[in-house]
Write a new protein. Structure first.
Length: 257
């Protein structure tokens, strides 16, 4: 079993310093890698990213991240990425990283994702240029996500997003804002390519557990949802499905943040 610690939507700022690090000191005892699902900062200020980077510096497990909408607000995403990567946090966008854990390879594809909605109530790239651009952005990200997943030749494949790929994990949010919380195109790309686990954030009022139409486990790890500094999921073969993989929450969670 591969143990994956995950959290999103920490919205780190100057006054957050010291709130996360104490819960990460023993992380290597409970997890093999740490995945961060976007909205790492409040408004995408590079100083906020630098403060979070210091909090994450020296965490003794591979750490991968994607950015969220908050991390783009100040139009300084490259500097946000630079600050995080200076602390050995690799930021992914439409690309993959491979981590080896005790002889098992774990491929992680990271992408921000975007909105557009879900079957029965979704936008289309028809009409005004603005609408075409909105849906077109989601299509482009979904296509890149699927291609990157398909290209992985690893024992375990994980999709790390900020926006939701299914409606399941949005339950609890207002229906009116579903189109701004995710898109079915992301889930469709994941099902076509295949994955063992999907992690996302963004939906603070949503639900932790969901599944794609193709049966891939989806987990909303937004901190307001999991209510801890992280949650750990085990991914690997089960006796019930020796030819496949399943994700399950472990009893171990990070302490209350």
């Amino acid at each position: 079993m591969i143990r994956i610690a995950a959290v999103a939507d920490v919205h780190f700022g100057a006054d957050s310093v010291g709130t996360l690090r104490p819960h990460l000191d023993l992380l290597p005892e409970h997890a093999d890698l740490l995945l961060l699902g976007g909205d790492l900062t409040r408004v995408g200020d590079p100083d906020e990213a630098a403060a979070l980077a210091e909090e994450l510096r020296g965490v003794d497990v591979p750490t991968l991240a994607v950015l969220g909408n908050h991390d783009h607000h100040c139009d300084a995403a490259p500097k946000v990425c630079d600050a995080l990567e200076a602390a050995d946090v690799r930021v992914l966008e439409g690309e993959s990283a491979i981590v080896e854990v005790d002889g098992t390879t774990v491929g992680v594809v990271g992408a921000k994702g975007f909105g557009g909605g879900f079957a029965g109530a979704c936008g289309s790239d028809f009409g005004e240029p603005e609408m075409k651009a909105f849906v077109g952005h989601t299509k482009e990200i979904a296509s890149g996500l699927g291609e990157a997943l398909s290209s992985l030749d690893t024992d375990v494949r994980v999709a790390l997003l900020h926006y939701a790929p299914v409606k399941d994990t949005l339950l609890g949010e207002k229906l009116e804002i579903y189109p701004f919380l995710g898109s079915y195109l992301l889930g469709q790309a994941i099902d076509e390519a295949g994955a063992d686990l999907v992690l996302h954030g963004h939906a603070h009022g949503g639900t932790e557990k969901g599944v794609t139409p193709g049966g891939v486990h989806v987990r909303n790890v937004a901190q307001p949802v999991i209510r801890h500094s992280y949650r750990v999921y085990a991914v690997g073969q089960t006796e019930a499905s020796a030819s496949g993989h399943a994700a399950q929450a472990l009893e171990r969670t990070g302490q209350q943040a």
